[in-house]
Write a protein of this length. Sequence first.
Length: 388
Amino acid sequence: MNPLERAYRDHWARLLAILTAELRDLDAAEESLQDAFASAVSAWPPLPDNPPAWLLTAARNRAADRRRRNAVAARKLPLLIVDESEQPSDDRLSLIFTCCHPALSMEVRVALTLRCVGGLGTRQIARLFMVSETTMQARITRAKKKISQAGIPYRVPAGPELAARRDGVLAVLYLIFTEGYAAAEGERLIRDEPAAEAIALARMLAGLMPDDDEVAALLALMLLHHARRDARVDAEGRLVTLAEQDRSRWHRDEIREALAIMRPGPPGAYLLQAAIAAEHATAARAEDTDWPAIAQLYALLEALTGSAVVRLNRAVAVAEARGPERGLQLLEGLEERLPRHHLLPAARAELLRRLGRLEEAAAEYTRALALVGTVPEREFLQARRAEL
C-alpha cells in the first residue's frame, strides 16, 4: 500500500470530522475534502512530508473559496437583474419570483431557486436532478445570463403580474418539497434538506401573502406530509406503508399548525390536497381513515386538474372505500398517460393481489420493478412479489 492510499484509509474520517466541526455542514466538508483529494492525486508525487495535514489545509482553503464564491454570487445575482429604482423589503422573496420567471423552464426554475434562495451547493442540486455537477453549473449559469439579457426585474411583482406568477412559484416550491419527501431515484426515500427548505420558503411566502388561501394551503400540505417523516422508513431505511406507520412518531405540533392555517375557500388544487392529507393526519388509527371522504376529495381534485396521477390516487382511495374491483376500473387506460410511473403497476398489483389474481399481480410487480427508482421502494416491491 503506497503512502497516498495509507493516508486516505487512516485519516479521511478524522479529517472529515475536523472539517465538519469547523464548517458545521457535512456536505460542504465532504465536498471540500473530495476536491482537495482530487487535487492531491494530480499533484502527488512528490509526496508532502505530512499528507493528512496537506489534505486538511487544502480542504480548508477550498471551503473558504466556496464560501467566498457563494457570497459573491448572492451579491451579484441581484446586480445582474435588479431594477435598482425598486428595492423590495425582502430580498429572498424577490429572488424567488425572479428565479421562477416564466421565461425559464420549470427544471431551471427549481434549480435556480435552490441555488440562489435555498443556499444549496451546485453539487447537491446536481444530485437531486441526477446530472453531473458540470452540467448543472452550466444550466444555472445560462439561466442567470438569460435573466440578465432579458432584463427581468429583481422584485416582487404586483397586481395582475403577481397573480400570473404566483402559481409558478407555488409549483416550484412544491416540486422542491416533493423531491425531498419522495425522491425519484437513489438510496434514500426521503431527503430532509430540500423538504425543509421548501417549507421554510413557503412560510416566508405565506407571511408576505397572508390573505392568499392557496399559499396557506400549500404550506399546510407540506407540513402535513412532512410531519410523518420519522415513521415513513424504519431504522434500516426500509419503506413503511401508511397503514403500518407508528403514528406516535408523527410530529403532532406540525399537524396542529397545518390544521390551524388551513381555511375554507374556493377548492383550489393545494387546498384539496391539504384536505386529503388532513384526513390521514387526523385518523387515530389506519382503520379510522375516512376513505369515502378521501375518494370524494380526489374526485374533485381530478375534475379540477385532469391529472393522471390524481386519478391513480383516486383509484387507490376508491378501492379502500368500495373494493379493489372498483379501483381497478379507475386505473384502466392510464398506461398511455403514465408510461414510466412505477406506482401505476404497483397499485394494480396490490389490487389484483387482494382479488386473489396472484399471477397477474406478480406480473404487475415485475413491471413496477422495471420502473422504480429508489432502493427502499424496490426492496418493498421485491418483498411483496416474493410473498406471492
